[in-house]
Write a protein that binds this ligand. Structure first.
Ligand code: AHM
Ligand code: MG
Length: 335
């Protein structure tokens, strides 16, 4: 039973019992992530002070400008997980291919792989808007002790053993699930400790916030256009409020607390939308379902999609259950 104000360390130890027969490997892995998160948090908070923001001059595999802090966060998470030999492989939105962790003696016996978006919404950094780190953890399916393979990363989202995000906002929070509900920890920067501030986070069943980049309206499928118009109609508890930060972690975090729907649909310019199934949508979908919400591509459950490539994109509808169901209704009607 989560106790408010408990430290993350205490919480992890207490909840190891969730995994009967566990070797503590997953706990150590989450411990490593919280350490890397603190280091990245420190750097993100200095963004306005040091010459670390601005384009790095390189583009990532999707052809987008990479910011210096993306690279920093990517390196920090990879370094921490590699040095501690806590996983057998890592895939990152910022790397073309997955990384195999051999271990110092070349005999890596770890069973988990981590997939991550080290700094999501990084175009918001230079305007002082919240950004986030997203992570997703799976058990490898190929034999332990052998080199990790692509198939270890291309697993459907319902196979995740843990997922979470760190939000670098007005305060820094780590929100994660191991499949037993969702808990949120706030970093006390003076002490460097995470405290359980949001036990058992739940999406309200229904909400009044819709979050979508409406600038793309003309390019949206008819079902999305119809749903947006419905959200704006004066009837019952509508019109809804429109809130879009452009930083998915922050948008979904707010909606989880207040009730709302986040959408990044496909468009006539991007046939699968923008967001990545493995690094962004699967972990957020796992958290959302664990918090009583719903996540789909407009028609079917995100967590049931069988991935075919590491950097695959997918349309994303995520949030309060009733709102996502309503959006799906409009999608189905428009065909
Ligand atoms: P990124 O991984 O390159 O930062 O892109 C993902 C971000 C999400 O956080 C956000 O929801 C979305 O891109 C915003 O995109 P847009 O500016 O097209 O609305
Ligand atoms: Mg991203």
């Amino acid at each position: 039973m989560p106790k408010k104000n408990q430290t993350l360390g205490e919480f992890i130890i207490e909840n190891q019992a969730d995994f009967p027969g566990s070797s503590g490997e997953l706990s150590r892995l989450i411990n490593s992530l919280r350490l890397a998160a603190k280091v990245v948090n420190h750097e993100v908070n200095k963004a306005g002070l040091v010459d670390i923001i601005g384009a790095y001059g390189e583009t990532n595999i999707q052809g987008e400008d990479q910011q210096k802090l993306d690279v920093y966060a990517n390196n920090k998470f990879i370094q921490t997980l590699t040095n501690r030999e806590i996983v057998c492989g890592i895939a990152s939105e910022e790397n073309d291919d997955f990384i195999q962790i051999k271990g110092h003696k070349g005999d890596n016996q770890n069973k988990y792989v981590v997939l991550m978006d080290p700094l999501d919404g990084s175009s918001n950094i230079d305007v002082n808007v919240s950004v986030g780190t997203i992570f997703s953890i799976y058990k490898r399916i190929t034999p332990v002790g052998t080199p990790v393979q692509l198939e270890d990363f291309l697993q459907p989202g319902h196979k995740q053993v843990a997922a979470g995000y760190i939000i670098y906002g007005t305060s820094t929070m780590l929100v994660y699930t191991t499949g037993h509900g969702v808990n949120g920890f706030t970093l006390n920067p003076a002490l460097g400790s995470w405290y359980l501030s949001h036990p058992d986070m739940m999406f309200p069943e229904d909400g009044q916030i819709y979050s979508i980049n409406e600038g793309n309206y003309v390019h949206f499928p008819q079902g999305v256009k119809d749903y947006i118009k419905w959200c704006q109609q004066e009837e019952g508890n509508r019109p809804y409020t429109s809130r879009y930060i452009g930083s998915m972690v922050s948008d979904i975090h707010r909606n989880m607390i207040k009730g709302g729907i986040f959408m990044y649909p496909k468009s006539s310019k991007a046939s699968d939308g923008k967001l990545r199934l493995l690094y962004e949508c699967n972990p957020m979908a796992f958290l959302t379902e664990q918090a009583g919400g719903k996540a789909s591509d407009g028609f079917k459950r995100i967590l049931d999609i069988n991935p075919t490539e590491l950097h695959q994109r997918v349309p994303f509808f995520c949030g309060s259950r009733k709102m996502v169901e309503k959006a799906e209704e409009f999608m189905a009607k428009a065909g």
